[in-house]
Design a protein around this ligand. Structure first.
Ligand code: SF4
Length: 262
């Protein structure tokens, strides 16, 4: 195993946002329920339909109020509904030129609920999923075979990530295909996934694996899609420290880098 170097202590998790999604997800059904109740009061004809509409609208809003253990118990059904809302309204958001903001707002809303759920009872079996495009495009290190083939040259986030994974005994995968990442996640059966990807893939992943709670971190793409992508390592470290039970072995870690270049 490589000699590991200590990394800076992670800070607190950042504010997640998600207000836009919450307003729509909860606000629309509540508004509809209000309209149905007004209709029920004002119009005698069709009372049964007004009543049915108000009950259905309240039932649609109800999952957005569940938190913590109640959320985790009903997680799959709740999350499927949230993903449905996101995907159904996505074309409208695209038409309004707010697609990215809409998806990221859903991701923030999802993260807030996951944080609340794992705030008191941290995950014991977590899996980190990263995309291959965080590796420098011209780097020859074969990360798919062995993460430790990274030279830790500092030109991309993989070196710091590798040190943190080995130091903390985290379980992580770097994948070049979404379906591979989903398959590995299902095989490993974690109780929490911490995933990094572009907004489109994050939504796809959240939709495809509703049964496993996932905390998601968006990539930044300064060089375009799938090339030399970057993300906030402090954010990832903070998520692992806050939401996952520590597995770090006791003992000192001596800073030392392996000689080599990408
Ligand atoms: S050797 Fe350098 S460029 Fe290649 S994966 Fe490691 S840190 Fe990134």
């Amino acid at each position: 195993m490589k000699d590991l170097r200590a990394l800076p202590a992670p800070g607190p998790l950042p504010d997640e946002g998600g207000a836009l999604f919450l307003w729509v997800r909860r606000g629309l059904p509540l508004a509809l329920a209000g309209i149905a109740l007004v209709g029920l009061t004002l119009y005698g004809a069709g009372r049964g339909w007004w009543m049915l509409l108000s009950v259905a609208a309240l039932a649609a809003a109800w999952p957005s109020f569940l938190r913590g253990e109640a959320y985790l118990r009903n997680r799959t059904a709740i999350h499927r509904q949230d993903c449905l809302w996101t995907n159904v309204l996505r074309p409208l958001a695209r038409w309004l030129h707010q697609e990215e903001a809409w998806i990221l707002s859903f991701c923030g809303y999802n993260n807030r609920r996951v944080r609340e759920a794992f705030g008191g009872r941290r995950a014991r079996r977590a899996l980190i999923l990263l995309p291959h495009c965080i590796q420098l495009a011209r780097c020859k290190a074969d990360l798919f075979t062995d993460l430790q083939s990274c030279y830790d040259c500092g030109l991309c986030p993989v070196g710091d990530y590798m040190n943190a994974v080995l130091l903390n005994r985290w379980e992580g995968r770097i994948s070049n295909r979404s379906h591979k990442a989903y398959r590995e996640a299902r095989e490993y059966r974690p109780d929490l996934i911490v995933a990094v990807s572009c907004s489109d893939r994050l939504l796809k992943g959240l939709t495809k694996i509703p049964e496993i709670p996932s905390y998601v971190i968006p990539l930044s793409l300064p060089h375009g899609m799938c090339v030399d992508a970057d993300f906030s390592l402090p954010h990832l470290f903070a998520a692992m420290e806050t939401l996952v039970e520590p597995r770090r072995p006791p003992g000192e870690v001596h800073p030392l880098r392996r000689e080599g270049i990408a």
